[in-house]
Ligand binder design. Structure first.
Ligand code: GEK
Length: 251
């Protein structure tokens, strides 16, 4: 690995700026290197959701429990949880199956001065062990799990969650109405344009990601969360076709 591969200076995302062969999007080293810039300029509301994860974690973390960040990438949501957890006997675990992400995440965690230890695991969240949880976060990660395998994961999270515990679930969604789908998609693309992405970048990224990021409707998410063992589900944030939900297990 060269020194430049090790740098954690957030670089500008130009991955789709020039014409390239169509290929499915992967969370590889090239993506990890530009990820903070990419997600901030691509996901409306991301810069609001991250600090709110700290607020939500502070509300729902329980003493002596485990807190999980599933699909932690470079640890933005993990660090928000770390700062929100008010108990020194909690265990915080960040999990991602991209080696490139986990390697860089270690640097970001080390740079942060909060004393709560963070364990990082390079694992598939669909197989990872979960237990005695109070707060679990899936911040734009479930959308990358094949739809038919999502119930299984949510059921395991609900089973591992203590009474009174929560799942914070952020997702790109689609809409029942074609008209709303078109309008919200156009507004999302305008957001990307306003953040400096060209039409070529927007369309090439869209083609690369559409086979791997499968959005579902808000109704489908809510139903599945309830069927999986959560008692209440509420939307606490929405910006265009991006939402964040709070799924709560009753006391
Ligand atoms: C943030 N939460 O900054 N197992 C483990 N990790 C996975 C899996 C899987 N099956 N599928 C995808 N991932 C972060 C942002 S990004 C969202 C999360 C985005 C990981 C994948 O490697 C990537 O790092 C992350 O989920 C999704 O708040 O890029 O839109």
């Amino acid at each position: 690995m060269s020194n430049s591969d090790r740098t954690i200076e957030p670089l500008t995302d130009r991955l789709f700026a020039t014409e390239r062969q169509p290929e499915d999007f992967r969370f590889d080293a090239a993506v990890a290197r530009v990820f903070p810039d990419m997600i901030r300029r691509s996901v409306p509301g991301y810069t609001t959701i991250i600090p709110m994860i700290e607020v939500l974690t502070e509300q729902y973390a329980q003493p002596g429990s485990n807190c999980y960040d599933l699909g932690c990438s470079l640890g933005a949501s993990t660090l928000a949880m770390r700062h929100g957890i008010p108990f020194s006997d909690c265990t915080l675990v960040g999990i991602d199956n991209s080696t490139a992400m986990i390697e860089r995440c270690e640097h970001y965690i080390a740079l942060d001065d909060n004393p709560l230890p963070v364990t990082l695991r390079c694992e598939n969240i669909q197989q990872t062990e979960l237990s005695d949880a109070s707060v679990t976060t899936l911040n734009f990660t479930l959308q990358f799990v094949p739809p038919e395998e999502r119930s299984d994961l949510l059921r395991r999270i609900a089973e591992a969650t203590r009474p009174g515990g929560v799942l914070i679930l952020s997702e790109k969604i689609r809409f029942e109405s074609e008209d709303e789908q078109d309008t919200q998609t156009r507004l999302h693309h305008e957001f990307k344009r306003a953040n400096g992405y060209s039409d070529l970048e927007i369309s090439q990224k869209r083609s690369a990601i559409e086979q791997v990021l499968i959005p579902e409707t808000l109704g489908a998410h809510k139903r599945r969360l309830k069927d999986s063992g959560f008692d209440r589900v509420l939307v606490w944030y929405q910006c265009f076709n991006f939402v964040s939900m709070l799924a709560i297990k009753a006391d």
